[in-house]
Design a protein around this ligand. Structure first.
Ligand code: HEC
Ligand code: HEC
Length: 189
């Protein structure tokens, strides 16, 4: 039985056995997602995000953001509306439990410059290792094109998603430094 406690993450109210069951239920739901997000959440399409090892609470929050239309993507908005609450929790638990995406080898100068910018402007929210937390996404190993697309969206307020502190952070970073930060994030395990 699902026990959702108001204000408490649904991920904290289950025991280990329930987790195993939810991962298996999530694996079945994820077959509908695999064409785009990959069988274990590592996407083969550059503008489709990896979901593997992403934080489950963040995944759930984004699923709901598509449902309410706070986050805009015509396909994802439609698909997320057909998921029951238990399906959403299960699929988020499944992806969170998958091994992290592979790291990329990137030019050293870019990695160093990107790392310095990330430490200065991003790490306080996304974590020193880019692993995020319940409210802030993991960025380590994320798809390069997806990262670029979303950083530009926050920067240009193009309307697909809105989070003022992200707009402030990318504005401080500056358009020209985006490629270095992406290279750095691609190199993080
Ligand atoms: C037709 C391709 C396609 C399918 C199938 C698909 N997705 Fe997506 N998904 C996308 C794209 C593209 C985005 C990025 C949208 C954007 O740029 O904002 C996305 C974004 C997401 C995000 C946000 C991730 C983040 O880092 O913010 C989640 C969560 C997600 N999808 C879950 C799912 C789940 C669960 C399923 C299956 C039930 C699914 N998707 C099926 C294409 C797809
Ligand atoms: C004040 C905290 C904060 C700071 C500082 C911050 N971020 Fe974020 N970031 C967030 C949150 C929260 C989200 C999710 C917002 C949403 O729901 O759209 C996010 C989303 C993102 C995304 C979208 C990831 C995905 O999976 O869809 C990227 C990429 C990103 N941030 C990169 C950065 C970079 C690069 C910097 C530094 C230049 C940075 N962030 C600084 C909190 C922060």
């Amino acid at each position: 039985m699902l026990l959702w406690v108001a204000g408490v993450s649904p991920f904290s109210v289950y025991g280990a056995d329930d987790d195993v069951q939810r991962i298996e239920a999530g694996r079945r739901i994820a077959t509908f997602c695999a064409n785009c997000h990959g069988a274990s959440g590592v996407s083969a399409i550059p503008n489709v995000p990896n979901l593997a090892a992403q934080n489950p609470d963040y995944l759930l929050a984004q699923i709901d953001a598509f449902v309410t239309g706070k986050r805009k993507n015509a396909f994802m908005e439609g698909l997320m509306k057909v998921l029951e609450p238990a399906d959403k929790t299960a699929v988020a638990t499944f992806y969170a439990a998958q091994p992290a995406p592979p790291v990329s080898v990137v030019p050293e100068a870019q990695r160093v410059a990107g790392g310095a910018a990330f430490t200065r402007l991003c790490a306080r929210c996304h974590g020193d290792n880019g692993h995020g937390n319940a409210t802030t996404p993991r960025l380590a190993g994320q798809q390069a094109e997806y990262l670029r697309l979303n950083l530009e969206r926050y920067l240009n307020l193009s309307g697909e998603r809105f989070y003022a502190p992200m707009t402030a952070a990318v504005t401080q970073l500056g358009d020209k430094n985006i490629p270095a930060v992406i290279a750095y994030l691609r190199s993080l395990p």
